[in-house]
Design a binder for this molecule. Sequence first.
Ligand code: RB5
Length: 143
Amino acid sequence: MRVAIGSDHGGFFLKKIVVALVAELGHEVDDVGCVNGESVDYPQFAEQVCEKVRSQNADRGILICGTGIGMSMAANKHASIRAALCSEQYTARMSREHNDANVLCLGERVTGPGVAEDVVRTWLATPFEGGRHQRRIELFSTL
Ligand code: RB5
């Protein structure tokens, strides 16, 4: 898969770990930044990753900030983006099986690197179940 990955300064160190993991798992990584720990505005990185997913230049996106909250709020403003903030494996799995999440959000200050790696592995590997869940997702566009 092509995976676009972005963070702000609050997620910069976890992004480095996630970028390495996703590449090691055999995926194509598109790292949109940020490039160091200097203060930046997370909506700009959410925008870049979401645009790549929306335009099908990426199959999935991963966004990381301090808590994951700002990134998930910003990402879910974009049509056809279903961003899930996950801090453990169960919600990572369910966000794929039931919600077909196309963007994963992580909080570097919340989720340690070992758990974050498990979350990413699970989220990338889990397929969408479809069926009744597809119908529910389609209702989003009527909201
Ligand atoms: C930056 O300090 C922090 O606000 C940001 O990384 C994120 O946690 C926002 O939701």
